[in-house]
Design a protein around this ligand. Structure first.
Ligand code: S3P
Length: 171
């Protein structure tokens, strides 16, 4: 079994930033699933949603998750907010590593994403309502999958990273 560390949580929780810094702190390779999807598709995420819909994106997301997991060992892997929607993604993450939920409040998530132009699900008139709805739907899934829950809220990134590193070691 490989010993990956998966960062899960909503859009705007800071998974990529925390993940990158956590990987550096632990001396592990870092992968960002959204970034790997863009690399393998040769198109950005809004384009994939436009052309293939959310379903097409989810198919690509599961494939990329599987190949990153298989191609590496002991990596830090930042995932997209919707990765937990498919049971097969949840199962493969549980089976191949430890899962860290980076949580934040609805208000913090709104603040951090209010200028976003790249996340298709947030390009709506009432962004606050979508953030609330996704939170209510997904927070129980994040919690049930997570081995650890950390608040990324208003604390400094490095503190969150240090807390996670301390909890996770020795690996
Ligand atoms: C999504 C989150 C995004 C990206 C896509 C869909 C979601 O990733 O995968 O826009 O369903 O929550 P981030 O959580 O990194 O923003």
């Amino acid at each position: 079994m490989s010993d990956h560390i998966f960062l899960i949580g909503p859009m705007g929780a800071g998974k990529s930033t925390v993940g990158k810094q956590l990987a550096r702190t632990l001396g592990r390779p870092f992968f960002d699933i959204d970034h790997e999807i863009v690399k393998s598709t040769g198109a950005d995420i809004p384009w994939i949603f436009d052309m293939e819909g959310e379903d097409g994106f989810r198919i690509r997301e599961s494939k990329v998750l599987g190949s990153v997991i298989d191609a590496h060992t002991a990596a830090v892997i930042a995932t997209g907010g919707g990765i937990i929607l498919r049971a097969s993604n949840r199962e493969v993450m549980s089976a191949t590593g430890r899962v860290v939920y980076l949580s934040a409040t609805k208000a913090q998530l709104y603040e951090r994403t209010k200028k976003d132009k790249k996340r298709p699900l947030l390009q709506v008139t009432d962004r606050r309502a979508v953030i609330d709805e996704l939170f209510d739907l997904r927070d129980p899934l994040y919690r049930s999958l997570a081995d650890f829950v950390f608040t990324s809220g208003s604390i400094q990134i490095q503190r969150v990273v240090d807390d996670i590193a301390e909890q996770l070691s020795p690996s």
